[in-house]
Design a protein around this ligand. Sequence first.
Ligand code: ADP
Length: 409
Amino acid sequence: MTATGSDRASAPTRVLVLNSGSSSVKYQLLDMADGARLATGLVERIGERSSLLRHTPAAGDARTREAPVADHGAALEAAAAELAADGLGLDSPRLAAVGHRVVHGGRRFTEPTRVDDDVLAEIERLVPLAPLHNPANLTGIRTARALNPRLPQVAVFDTAFHTTVPEHAARYAIDVATADEHRVRRYGFHGTSHAYVSRRTAELLGRDPSEVNVIVLHLGNGASASAVRGGVCVETSMGLTPLEGLVMGTRSGDVDPAVILHLSRVAGMSVDDIDTLLNKRSGLVGLCGDNDMREIRRRVDEGDEAAALAFDVYAHRLRKYVGAYYAVLGHVDAIAFTAGVGENSAPVREAATAGLAGLGIEVDPVRNAARAAVPRLISPEGSRVAVAVVPTDEELEIARQTFALVDEG
Ligand code: ADP
């Protein structure tokens, strides 16, 4: 597929979405005129001896390449070269903008934001709050800018959807001066997914988002819950960092903060040791050695006790949050499961809602077991609270928000 003369005459409707993670860059090129995905790609193991680049154009075969890719800048250059080879390069006149996922937007960035030097400086100022992610996001933005300085760059923040969480839910009950000096508060993450899924859930119910209250359970390798009242987020489970809240693949979620003091004093562990323990060696992997829910269920079915306990701890935490967010919202129209585990694991959905019939929350076993890649209800006909599976699409949401910003001028 190559850009032609007639292409040049039409208004730009394409958005390149870039998600620069700590050791990977994912990208998708979407056309907002019809929602078509023109190309997707991934550069993994950045900075290691051999990196992997996989580029999949909609029209043509996937291309995979192994080569050293030194840093995020080089990764994006390699991705841009692949896109250019398909006539979809960053200089294409049909490209309207690049939309960048940026993990931490602090309190300032409540909406998608067109990038300029001030915005870059502010994202830089937030690096201490997201030391692994914001630097990678910044490199992605700077490289994309250098590749085509005329192209609008838009930052879409993981935290933005949660900036509406009221102060009494965002504040930790610690000394105010200390908290404020060090910007310690609940920020929440996965906001793009929570925004998209809560809106899609309202659509599934045939209602306007402003009319419905939804509990969203984003259960991937990272996991978070949110309470969304009439389209506005009022509570979320991740906090200052993505460590708080639900049990995750490798993260503990909630623990007594004194666990850290205890391990430091009694076990002599350093701050870095405890950081690694809670972020990388906890959660499902810490409890049973596996973080893939498919493998855990296989082990449970074989009678493995550690896997069964890990599953139960995971499900118990979920039920606790559903109950808490029910109380926060007062009235719940729907509970939506999304991301890798939420979309695919019927046993998790069953266990997370078990025993909640008194709250009007029930799951129909046949509907729950059915598989489909589209939003669907799994609660019985006529039940008080709709329970739904709603596949997330963070790239589409980033593209949508980016295009809405540049399209309005
Ligand atoms: P990330 O947080 O990395 O974006 P995903 O949303 O892709 O993660 O979720 C990844 C997780 O989803 C895997 O670790 C695995 O536990 C779970 N998962 C994926 N497919 C299935 C499946 N068919 N059944 C149960 N769990 C699944």
